[in-house]
Ligand binder design. Structure first.
Ligand SMILES: *Cc1c(COP(=O)(O)O)cnc(C)c1O
Ligand SMILES: [Zn+2]
Length: 430
């Protein structure tokens, strides 16, 4: 029998030092860089181990046990070992993979799909990561969890903490969080503190807090967040019948998501479940483009911080924690790192909306970036392309009001003829 979840150690992404456990900050004890979970036992696993996984995972899909119904824990052979009773899950993952039509025609990409992570329990991909990390917090006996957030992490932390009967602290940049996300954190009963700073400032303050206050850190510096988030690669490959797409495109903020996605694909390849990697490309807003600048100006050796400004608030980050991991993913997979303007994001979001696919501005950056990658010849017509849509449209409805091509008509007479006349006028114009 293959192992049920794996024994892991934590390895520094920079100096390679291996440690069994980490302190509350999840930093390397030697060089202070981030850690990642690795599983030494996989190296000695018999070849049947990997082959049987596809079958085991498929069988679990029909099961109603919480640990099988979860799109994270269904893949537990490739996750840290935990006891069943500690698993905190709300059936996260299990998100749809939907083909685009209009955009596919316009870009001459017949194989263009979106993986809609906004269909998670709290409306963003963060749930897959929080399910994994809060499970570790529970296993370690914590009763408080905390995060700094641009909004979605706080919504997810608040909800999962409530499920786990834990208390949560969320630090938000005052006045910079979309209303839907704030409403969620409050609804789920988090202790919400707005600070007069940006996201990067909130994370800095959180470090101070955790040093003195016993709360488990749920930001994506926490390597277990990424273990949950990497399962999107497993689920996506299942949905594609294990045929590797040429391209997967994600938005990049703090760069945990792109790092996790890359880690998931690399593990599948190393275990022999897939034979090659997709090119994983990362798209940033031009006003919050530290990774784009870092790649362009020094090839990924030293982070160039920026003061971030974008209306895509989920990626309004100038000092991304997981930049080294993301550079590694770009280099290993051969992906591109591109930036898009506010106008390009808004246009892409309107186009997705016009296909019945609602998402956050940050998510729409993927389609905007794809257009550039097609124009540059990096993405070709025969390629299969998956855009990862990271968050749900209803998170940020204020943004929608300013989109191009929206038409709210009236108020007008409550009269059938008036309605028909209005429609005739509009269509006469076309
Ligand atoms: C968090 C988030 C991002 C950015 O992900 P990172 O892991 O910080 O790069 C993008 N889009 C949405 C909707 C998010 O919630
Ligand atoms: Zn180190």
């Amino acid at each position: 029998m293959p192992p049920q979840t794996a024994t892991h150690v934590l390895r520094c992404v920079y100096c390679g030092k291996v440690q069994e456990t980490a302190d509350r900050m999840f930093r390397c004890t030697q060089c202070s860089e981030l850690l990642e979970a690795v599983y030494p036992e996989w190296a000695s696993a018999p070849p049947e181990f990997a082959l049987r996984l596809k079958e085991i995972w498929r069988e679990r899909r029909g099961s109603s046990l919480p640990e099988n119904a979860s799109g994270v824990w269904r893949f537990r052979e490739l996750l840290p070992r935990v006891e069943r009773q500690h698993i905190v899950t709300m059936c996260e993952g299990n998100t749809p993979l939907v083909p685009l039509k209009k955009a596919a025609r316009e870009l001459h990409l017949p194989n263009l799909l979106v993986k809609h992570q906004g269909m998670n329990p709290t409306g963003s991909f963060k749930d897959t990561g929080i399910s994994a990390a809060i499970t570790m917090a529970k296993a370690e006996g914590f009763s408080w969890v905390c995060c700094a957030s641009t909004g979605n992490t706080s919504a997810s932390v608040a909800a999962y903490a409530a499920r786990a009967e834990m208390k949560s602290i969320v630090l938000l940049p005052a006045g910079q969080v979309a209303a839907g996300k704030l409403a969620q954190a409050l609804e789920y009963g988090a202790n919400v503190l707005q600070l007069r700073t940006d996201f990067d400032g909130c994370l800095r303050v959180l470090h101070e807090v955790v040093r003195k206050f016993s709360a488990y850190l749920l930001n994506s510096l926490n390597p277990y967040r990424l273990e949950g988030q990497k399962t999107v690669a497993f689920e996506l490959m299942e949905q594609l019948d294990w045929q590797v797409p040429e391209h997967v495109i994600v938005p990049g903020g703090n760069l945990g998501n792109s790092s996790a996605l890359g880690k998931g694909f690399m593990e599948l390849r190393d275990l022999g479940l897939i034979q090659s990697l997709p090119k994983i490309s990362i798209i940033q807003a031009a006003g919050a483009n530290p990774l784009v600048r870092t790649m362009r100006e020094n090839g990924g050796t030293e982070l160039i911080r920026v003061t971030p400004e974008t209306r895509a608030t989920a990626i309004r980050i100038g000092n991304p924690a997981s930049w080294r991991k993301a550079v590694n993913v770009l280099k290993s997979s051969g992906g591109a790192c591109e930036e898009v303007s506010e106008k390009e994001i808004a246009q892409a979001k309107a186009e997705l909306g016009a296909e019945g696919i609602g998402c956050e501005p940050a998510s729409a950056a993927t389609l905007a970036g794809l257009k550039k990658l097609v124009a540059a010849g990096f993405v070709k017509s025969a390629d299969k392309v998956v855009l990862v849509l990271t968050g749900h449209m209803l998170k940020d409805v204020d943004y929608m009001k300013q989109l191009p091509g929206q038409s709210l008509l009236g108020p007008m007479e409550a009269d059938g003829d008036a309605v028909i006349r209005t429609l005739e006028q509009i269509y006469a114009r076309h």
